[in-house]
Design a protein around this ligand. Structure first.
Ligand SMILES: C[S@@+](CC[C@H](N)C(=O)[O-])C[C@H]1O[C@@H](n2cnc3c(N)ncnc32)[C@H](O)[C@@H]1O
Length: 203
């Protein structure tokens, strides 16, 4: 069986629609075989998104890493009036994200293929990610630590990870060099907010 993050060109396409409502704003996303959580919005993604939205950050430049069909990035852009770039290694996911940009007209930003940050050259205020876990701890940490090469000085990383996926051990590793805060928890999912140690949390 192929993983959702692999590019399986033989996988039959069966486009389906997923709906989401936030604060009386309605969104529709095209999804397909071969992408993460193809039939419904993932609980962890939703918790991450809604926790991020509750932070009240608006008009930011945001990078959604491992965007899938574009759920997090598109809602963030529209609800917070932010410019969002969305990246994924999975070609079908990026194709869907581009389709979904067209269906969600107020979106500002882009979607492009990138293995971690390989094709990313800009700097951002925020990196947000429901990261791939099955890629292993080395790649996961490459994605999480690598965010800081693409964040502005006071930039923030937000991510979701389940307790049984090693949330606390990942938190501990990041704490060697970063300030890490658990800002929400639900049903075993942890939402973490990470900032470079060199800068003060409350600036
Ligand atoms: C847990 S899913 C989240 C998808 C989407 N953000 C959502 O919330 O529905 C992780 C995503 O990371 C992508 N991914 C896996 N390895 C990657 C890599 N090396 N670089 C970029 N994206 C990757 C997968 O294709 C997948 O879409």
């Amino acid at each position: 069986m192929s993983h959702y993050f692999e590019n399986d060109l033989n996988l039959k396409s069966e486009i389906r629609q997923i709906s989401y409502e936030y604060d009386s704003s309605f969104f529709t996303f095209n999804s397909d075989n071969g992408v993460f959580s193809k039939n419904r919005v993932d609980y962890g993604s939703r918790l991450l998104l809604e926790t991020y939205l509750s932070e009240g950050l608006t008009e930011k430049k945001v990078l959604d890493v491992g965007c899938g069909y574009g759920f997090i990035g598109i809602v963030v852009s529209i609800i917070t009036n932010s410019y969002v770039d969305m990246i994924d290694v999975n070609k079908r996911a990026v194709h869907l994200a581009k389709m979904n940009i067209k269906c969600n007209k107020e979106f500002k930003g882009s979607a492009f293929i990138s293995d971690a940050y390989l094709n990313v050259s800009d700097k951002y205020d925020v990196v947000i990610t429901n990261p791939p876990i099955r890629v292993g701890k080395t790649k996961l940490l490459e994605i999480l630590n690598g965010a800081f090469d693409h964040l502005n000085k006071d930039g923030l990383l937000y991510f979701v990870i389940r307790k049984d996926q090693g949330a606390l051990s990942i938190k501990k590793v990041l704490e060697d060099t970063k300030k890490v805060e658990i800002i929400n928890k639900s049903k075993g999912y942890f939402i973490l907010k990470v900032k470079n140690c060199k800068t003060d949390w409350h600036n």
